[in-house]
Design a binder for this molecule. Sequence first.
Ligand code: 26Q
Length: 756
Amino acid sequence: MPVEHIKLVLETTLGKSIADATNEEIYAALINIVQGLAANKNKIPHGRKLYYISAEFLIGKLLSNNMINLGIFDDVRDLLKEYGKDITDIEELELEPSLGNGGLGRLAACFLDSLATLGLSGDGIGLNYHFGLFKQTFKNNLQTEIPDHWLSPLGWLTRTGEGYDVIMAGKKYHSTMYDLYVTGYKGRANKLHLFDLDTVDDTLIADGIGFNKKKISKNLTLCLYPDDSDDDGRKLRIYQQYFMVSNAAHLIIEESLSRGSDLHDLFDYAVIQINDTHPTMVIPELIRQLGEHGINMTEAIDIVSKCCAYTNHTILAEALEKWPLSYLEEIVPQLVPIIEVLDNRIRRKFNDEKVAIIDSNDTVHMARLDIHYTYSTNGVASLHTEILKNSELKDFYNLYPEKFNNKTNGITYRRWLLQANPELADYIAKKIGPGFIRYSEELSDFEVYLNQEDTLNDLLTIKKVKKTQLADYLLKTRNITVDTESIFDMQTKRLHEYKRQQLNLLWVIKRYLEIKQGLIPKRKVTVFFGAKAAPAYTIAKDIIHAIIVISKIIDADPVASKYLQVVMVDNYNVTLAEKMIPACEFSEQISLASKEASGTGNMKYMLNGAVTIGTEDGANVEIHNFVGDKNIYIFGMQSDEVIKAYEKGSYNSKSYYKKDPVLKKAVDFLVGKEAMSLGNKENLKRLYDELLNKDWFMTFPDFSEYCKVREKAYEDYEDREAFAKKCGINIARAGFFSSDRTIKEYNNDIWHLEAN
Ligand code: 26Q
């Protein structure tokens, strides 16, 4: 769209000149314009359409992203500037949608972007959480959760007239569907459908993030992953999941019928991707609804199994969902006879308790239901898929080797390079042209430029610009001062013991103690953490507490603070990630090998020229293969060793503690005088005990090698040109990790959609 036209449309929408409009008015007008442009690109699919059902869509702010994808961002920015308006001020008016919690939700968002970019017809289906995930603040050095009321009348969601009746526990609920457009880069537009109930009452959340869990008509879509430490919480999750998938099934059937399906051929019209086990009930529900359309059970099972595919995102046993049959009998009795039929067939066919859907305790195993009754089960990184096949889901792989496949995750370049790091994106485009934005494999053309000193200096300059921008932002929004001459080392991801933020912290303590002993490092390091802990995850919150306490101890020390700083940012989310990741120099990806299914933050950091310090876990393994030993810092146990150690049950953390005096000192510091006088005894002691007596995720065995490798990384950093080259190689070899590549693979192997 030519810029004069944008101006005309903007002023017509505003009803006044840009100069006279408030930022709010401009924001509203821009939403309007984007929606108009997107509507024109929302074409009826040719052939099959994908429905990506997910409990989370961590989409981030939409204004800039949509304008970039529609090709109007630069013009709008420049136009507004002419009238004294700053696009970043307008961006700040937008609240980040609180519809997700971590990797799985962000992956869903990247996938929607890539689908639309590739011209593939694929809509997302989820829930319209009013508060979504909590907002994190720190009080008394502890995480506190406050409600995140992100929904505002001025936003992207459109209330549609559509909705369906959903029966739960014998009661009829009528849903309302909200839609928003998903734009692709120079591509088509798809939709994200979010279901809600009109009766949901925001005032139920009054004090903190707790609420009455029994009043389903008032609380159904208040929160993402409501606290499940009691039965009511667990049941609420079943209500949410069923509500999501029942609406999905209605929508899929309705749309397919309207496009000419007679439902016997549903698989020619619809393919359903089940994002982890949360939407699993779509299988029996779709069977049930097909029954209502006159299709018999045997055929319905066959149709549904040909429509559905399942993605596994985790190998942690505790995250594999299991529901007591009695809960399902209470809430979704209409599904129980169907699930029993599904189970009986498996029992008859295989006569093996280990693969039964309903086990002998009357517990329903959702992942098993998925694997038996979908045509594809995929893992999200090569190592992850191998572990699924060879250990975690071995019994199932033996039954259905042909169903198992790998789809290594990816990230969208539009948000994680163009939007987050326009300086770097423009620079690359000047060298190799803009093709890489759409054809990520072209990024490799950048590598030849790394032999020129100028390029290396330019990369360092860009990094410094991004570090300075982050420093300014942290000062402005959080009153945190950081030194941009220091090394920026970051670990940002959900807080979980397996991700091992505690290992990073033990290194910090080690360095602090060294400085106190007079071992002065060459350069200051700023260690950034960004992480929310699940509200009921005690040890995770203890780790946050310890990080904050250590950070304050260092800040208060006049000598140590010259060489070391720990910044625990509050409320890490997509918006903050976009500001932090481009400023990072070392990316910490230090999960215990075998535990991180893939990781996607690792890819975002790589693409922005950070060098990884990591274990051979998840997609780190693939990153390592692409960049080679020289451009990554790898340490730690191998996944097969870890798996064996768990099998043997031989791991004993105390023996490492006793053997390694450096480790011992760092661990002891957690409960030493300094920490205890600033922090809470209870939290610190619990963390200390946990590490000493259990350390389930084996931080101790990896500690000394981790320290060695990390210190080597910092030493290598001092050769600035050599470091810049490592950054450049990471960028140039990130092409594989575009979600466009991932989506192409899903499409070729699983979905078979036709682009239009
Ligand atoms: C399960 C049972 C009960 C309550 C909650 C849950 C639950 C909730 C959220 C289980 C899993 C999740 C989220 C998982 C997740 O985000 N997994 C991440 O997915 C990414 C995308 O594939 C991977 O890159 C990460 O490695 C993986 O951790």
